[in-house]
Design a protein around this ligand. Structure first.
Ligand SMILES: [Zn+2]
Length: 115
């Protein structure tokens, strides 16, 4: 499981390569409250558009939890009884938990949210 960019080998943070997607990483993750130049933001959005849609959706809509020392985004599956956890630093590192396990792991607040 890699937490580094396949293109350049730099560290992936919050799903962004800190090198190839530097502008996107800075403007969306590091300093979302800051205003950047038009050029900078155009680059950032271009980089954002190149990311897989599934990944972007999971990132923006899902709560983030800490599980065994790592951060995961949590996404409910269609059956209503399972949740998929994707590691924030490496979204391909994902697994599924059922409702009971979610409660045991301390994520009761997530499974009891009505959607
Ligand atoms: Zn890279």
């Amino acid at each position: 499981m890699s937490t580094h960019c396949e293109n350049c080998g730099c560290k992936i943070r919050s799903g962004y390569c800190t090198n190839c997607q530097e502008e996107a990483y800075i403007s969306f993750v590091q300093a979302p409250e800051m205003e950047f130049s038009e050029d900078f933001m155009r680059k950032a959005w271009e980089q954002e558009a190149e990311r897989p849609a599934e990944e972007r959706k999971a990132m923006s809509n899902s709560p983030v939890v800490t599980h065994q020392g790592k951060q995961y985004t949590v996404r409910p599956l269609a059956d209503g009884h399972h949740w998929q956890l994707s590691e924030v630093d490496c979204p391909r590192n994902a697994f599924t938990m059922n409702r009971d396990y979610m409660v045991l792991a301390g994520f009761r607040h997530i499974v009891e949210v009505k959607s």
